[in-house]
Design a protein around this ligand. Structure first.
Ligand code: IDP
Ligand code: MG
Length: 177
């Protein structure tokens, strides 16, 4: 039997389909990728950002030359805000999103498959290199009452350490009968 391995903590991360992704009908495609990967959707809603929330959400970029355009773009139509949960979720989601510039993003990533332009990059996701960004952003967009904790029925087959013994005994019981 293999030794217990260090497992990444389960956490929640914030994801948002930007106005271009909403208008281009990409919400379903994007959600499917996270569902197929095994992440759990714990919250989702349309939001029309006002300027104040947009400026707060992108506060770290306030001094950048693109800031005003970014705020105009992100408030130009509804965004689709989501919270996804899973092991190492923030980092895993960022790797599925790709680089900030779609032109630099590998095929197979969301920005690499659906975008061409830095200023229209389809999706936002909390930055795993910005400590606590996931929790801050979830709090900015969602009330606790809008988030739902539950276990996916396939969790025992998604994680080696979750109910591993239960899953193993199921297989052997079935094949022996
Ligand atoms: P991220 O979305 O990959 O975390 P950030 O550097 O945090 O990238 O930038 C936030 C958003 O600002 C980007 O997703 C993009 O929409 C926009 N942005 C970043 N850099 C530029 C730029 O040089 N020109 C125009 N827009 C930019
Ligand atoms: Mg960022």
């Amino acid at each position: 039997m293999s030794e217990e391995k260090e497992t990444p903590a389960h956490e929640r991360t914030f994801v948002m389909v930007k106005p271009d992704g909403v208008q281009r009908g990409l919400i379903g495609e994007i959600m499917s990728r996270f569902e197929d990967r095994g992440l759990t959707l714990v919250g989702a809603k349309f939001v029309r950002l006002d300027t104040e929330i947009a400026r707060s959400h992108y506060g770290e970029h306030e001094d950048k030359p693109f800031f005003d355009d970014l705020v105009s773009f992100i408030t130009a139509g509804p965004v689709f805000a989501m919270v996804w949960e899973g092991a190492d979720a923030t980092r895993q989601v960022r790797s599925m999103v790709g680089e900030t510039d779609p032109a630099e993003s590998a095929p197979g990533t969301i920005r690499g498959d659906y975008g061409l332009d830095l200023g229209r990059n389809v999706i936002h996701a909390s930055d795993h290199e910005d400590e606590g960004a996931n929790e801050r952003e979830i709090e900015l967009f969602f009330d606790d009452s809008e988030l739902y904790a539950y276990e996916r029925i396939d969790d025992p087959w998604l994680y080696e350490w979750v109910l591993a013994h239960w899953a193993r005994s199921m297989v052997w019981t079935e094949s022996a009968s």
